[in-house]
Write a protein that binds this ligand. Structure first.
Ligand SMILES: [Zn+2]
Length: 122
């Protein structure tokens, strides 16, 4: 039996903090939502990757002086399950305690504590 809407969504939540695609629970946009995350490597090795990049270019520029800007993770709020299309706000309301537990577990995988307050719209 699926914990959330479908087997694929449960799998993506189980991948939180891992490389490639995952889903985390968050309340950092001023509302409870799930976020799809794409990472080229695990969150745990981010410091090592930053050190390697700094060793390669201490001032974070190319040899021509252009700034090097590298995205190490991409986040996108989800309104619907990317697999089955279920409206996720309904699932969150129905499973509020479980969602709040996931928010605490997934805080370490979010933007690092950055909070963006909105009126509830993205
Ligand atoms: Zn689903």
């Amino acid at each position: 039996m699926n914990k959330w809407c479908c087997k694929q969504f449960d799998f993506l939540i189980g991948q939180a903090g891992e490389k490639l695609l995952s889903v985390i629970a968050t309340d950092e946009y001023g509302r409870k939502c799930f976020q799809l995350i794409a990472r080229p490597f695990e969150k745990d090795v981010l410091d090592e990757v930053n050190t390697a990049l700094s060793n390669y270019s201490p001032d974070h520029t190319t040899k021509g002086g252009k700034p090097i800007s590298i995205a190490v993770a991409m986040f996108s709020p989800l309104l619907y399950c990317p697999n089955c299309g279920k409206k996720l706000s309904k699932l969150i309301k129905k499973n509020k305690d479980e969602f709040d537990k996931l928010v605490k577990e997934h805080l370490k995988y979010s933007h690092g504590g950055t909070r963006v307050e909105t009126n509830g719209e993205f």
